[in-house]
Design a protein around this ligand. Structure first.
Ligand code: SAM
Length: 288
């Protein structure tokens, strides 16, 4: 049976209608699933955490390849499908809950401690698009002991995440992702690969967690706050944006600091490299 027929059959059997509020767009293209799993380089040394497994189309492939698959799903209807569908697999674990609220650190530490051999933890997901950014931010900011994140998300968001800071798709999140990861595009996915078809084109990306950040930052809180404030008013000059958000106490102070950084007074946030933001935030530490 092809994946479209299988998906329709499961939806009929369990009386399921895709829930828009939960971002449910089910993958019906087997090749896309293979490409996602191949790009994540899943092997028997890997424990995969799949966020939002839905009806389990990708889970099925992950279970064959990985040492273990831990699925986190918020929809009770899906929980029923998944628990019945994969009952025969002893490498399958299912967690009912909201990925934004679950204690991922404990789950990961437990897996690491259980194993005598070295295992890698990899996140793989066709993410619910309504919460893509909060999920990615949670995965990165919690500094989880994971090796990589492979996700399918909306194309525009994907391009912002894997952009090198300073490139045309740069946003505040670009710096965060670049600070923690090396990103790579895997492929685009047309909306006809899902039911129901989303209104947007999708893209699969790999994010490999770096061992060391690419710049030396003394205080990450200050570093990320400055970036956030700079991008909150990105049409304004950096000087005005940072005065308005009280990063600089006054225009005079801002002009003085930018001069110390060898940055022109009228520079805009998107002209700054990640090193410039690192220097700027480290300057505050020096002067505290
Ligand atoms: N992986 C399936 C596929 O590719 O066909 C389904 C992907 S669908 C885009 C997103 C899935 O995430 C849905 O199954 C939805 O119920 C689930 N989901 C939505 N919000 C969630 C949350 N906060 N925590 C965990 N799962 C969530």
């Amino acid at each position: 049976m092809n994946l479209l027929d299988e998906t329709k059959m499961l939806m009929r059997k369990y009386n399921i209608k895709a829930n828009k509020n939960l971002g449910q767009n089910f993958l019906i293209d087997k090749q896309v699933i293979i490409d996602i799993v191949d790009s994540a380089e899943i092997s028997k040394n890997d424990v995969v955490i799949e966020i939002g497994p839905g009806l389990g189309s990708m889970t099925q492939v992950l279970l064959e390849r990985a040492k273990k698959v831990i699925c986190i799903e918020l929809d009770k209807k899906m929980i029923k499908v998944l628990s019945e569908r994969f009952i025969a697999y002893n490498n399958f674990e299912l967690i009912y809950g909201d990925v934004l609220k679950i204690d991922l650190r404990s789950i990961i530490e437990e897996e690491k401690n259980k194993e005598q051999n070295v295992i890698n933890i990899k996140i793989v997901a066709n993410l619910p698009y309504y919460i893509t950014t909060p999920i990615i931010m949670k995965l990165l900011e919690s500094k989880l002991n994971i090796q990589s994140i492979t996700v399918m998300i909306q194309k525009e968001v994907a391009e912002r995440l894997i952009e090198v800071p300073g490139g045309k798709n740069t946003g505040a999140i670009t710096y965060t992702v670049y600070y923690y990861c090396e990103g790579r595009k895997v492929r685009e996915v047309d909306s006809s690969s899902f039911i129901p078809a989303p209104d947007v084109t999708s893209e699969v990306i790999n994010l490999y967690i770096r061992n060391m950040p690419p710049v030396d930052v003394k205080d990450e809180k200050i570093f990320f706050r400055i970036i956030k404030c700079a991008y909150m008013q990105r049409r304004k000059t950096l000087l005005n944006a940072l005065v308005n958000t009280k990063v600089f106490n006054s225009k005079e102070e801002g002009i003085h600091i930018l001069k110390q950084m060898n940055l022109p007074e009228n520079v805009r946030a998107e002209e700054l490299r990640i090193q410039d933001f690192a220097d700027l935030s480290n300057y505050f530490i020096k002067t505290i």
